[in-house]
Design a protein around this ligand. Structure first.
Ligand SMILES: Nc1ncnc2c1ncn2[C@@H]1O[C@H](COP(=O)(O)OP(=O)(O)O)[C@@H](O)[C@H]1O
Ligand SMILES: [Mg+2]
Length: 395
């Protein structure tokens, strides 16, 4: 059977055996499939948000997608359609001396000469597009014996904007949380705790007025419960925002923490500052202070050290809290488990993660060092946000 008759066989003429039918119809189906595949590919390329063009080795534009056609029209770039010479059009733009296009032209020649197979450049647009960010990529591809250059242009502005929004959003969530916690802590301390104190006083009066009977035991029990509630409220509000931070600021609070710890533990503990003190956000202050508390309590509980040194270090755009001791050293197993053994190190990591910071735990030649690091630039951005939020909340 010749090729033609095989191509135009209909299913009616086909014998019943399924394998036989499949073989006789295969070429027809393959062509259909290939056509469908080509159409799907074109659709796929047309649907891409980036602008794509395929350029032959002599710089003739062979194919483009819809995004390319639209973009070239809106940029006012003439002669960028299939059949046009891509290099000549680029040359015209480069003649104006615009740096990205000058660089692109040089790269295009290198790619065409086979000196490199890939090149890309990110740049800001000009004129009407000066607030937009683009990326241009050239890729040399060889199909059979023929070489082509794929040209891809992306508009990165939305992606960059989305990234910025995501960062701003996570920052604002942390800021709002911190401010809200602080507000609740004050509320609990100033309002609820005062109400409980008033109830306590009234109960005291009641006890004095009727000094006998069953009611006295009842009143005493209620007084005890109120005492417990007051202790709980104090510790909750303390956890939400340590009063030392509010009163003394980060440096003062850390200094007093270290002094108090030294007195209670009998260890020789010192505190120092390196670099120039810079403002940090409330969230970062809270995290650093808590890490200081947990780090020192770990030294006391696990290190068997004689000395400890706490340093608050401002270097370039970072703030670091370093707690170093000369004890037995953290075990290799705990280090390998990244401190998953207990709650302390894990919660330090979590606090820092929320702020985009990191915790590093190191074995020293003698002892352990815990280093908490937060990017100060981010903290500053938070400070501005906090000031605005404080204004908005009027607290
Ligand atoms: N300064 C230190 N010196 C020696 N070992 C330490 C030190 N800090 C932490 N560790 C070790 O790391 C473990 C995890 O610490 P942590 O997460 O704070 O949990 P916890 O203190 O509740 O045990 C501790 O159990 C201890 O073995
Ligand atoms: Mg601990």
């Amino acid at each position: 059977m010749n090729q033609e008759s095989e191509l135009f066989l209909t299913s009616d003429e086909a014998p019943s055996a399924p394998t036989w039918r499949r073989r006789r119809h295969a070429p027809l189906l393959e062509i259909e499939r290939a056509t469908a595949l080509a159409a799907a590919m074109q659709q796929l390329i047309d649907d891409l948000p980036e602008q794509v063009a395929l350029v032959s080795e002599d710089f003739t534009i062979v194919a483009v997608n819809s995004a390319w056609t639209q973009a070239m029209k809106s940029f006012g770039y003439a002669r960028m359609a299939p059949g046009d010479n891509y290099r000549k059009s680029c040359e015209k733009v480069a003649a104006s001396g615009w740096e990205p296009s000058v660089k692109a032209l040089a790269a295009l020649d290198e790619i065409a000469a086979g000196k490199r197979i890939f090149w890309q450049l990110s740049f800001h647009g000009r004129d009407r597009w000066s607030d937009r960010e683009y990326q241009l990529c050239y890729h040399r591809v060889v199909v059979g014996s023929q070489a082509f250059i794929t040209v891809r242009r992306f508009d990165l502005t939305e992606i960059a904007e989305l990234r910025r929004l995501r960062d701003d959003f996570s920052k604002s969530v942390i800021e709002t949380q911190t401010i809200e916690r602080r507000r609740m802590a004050r509320e609990l301390h100033d309002s609820t705790a005062q109400l409980l104190a008033a109830v306590g006083l009234l109960l005291g009066n009641l006890k004095r007025q009727s000094p006998r009977g069953d009611s006295v035991t009842l009143v005493e029990e209620i007084q005890e419960l109120i005492g417990e509630a007051q202790t709980e409220i104090r510790s909750i509000s303390y956890l939400a925002h340590p009063p030392a931070l509010e009163k003394l600021g980060l440096v003062g609070a850390l200094k007093s923490l270290v002094e108090g710890f030294g007195n209670r533990s009998g260890l020789e503990v010192s505190f120092g500052i390196e670099g120039e003190i810079a403002p940090v956000s409330v969230g970062t202050e809270g995290a650093i202070y808590r890490i200081g508390q947990e780090g020192l309590s770990n030294v006391y509980r696990h290190a068997r050290a004689a000395h400890a040194h706490v340093t608050l270090c401002f270097r370039r755009s970072m703030v670091h809290l370093i707690i170093a001791d000369d004890g037995v050293g953290i075990s290799k197993e705990t280090l390998a488990a990244e401190g998953r053994a207990g709650i302390g190190l894990v919660s330090m990591r979590m606090r820092l993660l929320e702020l985009g910071g990191r915790l590093s735990v190191r074995r020293l030649s003698r002892g352990t060092a815990i280093i908490a690091s937060v990017d100060l630039e981010r903290s500053r951005a938070q400070l501005v946000g906090e000031a605005e939020a404080l204004n908005g909340l009027k607290i």
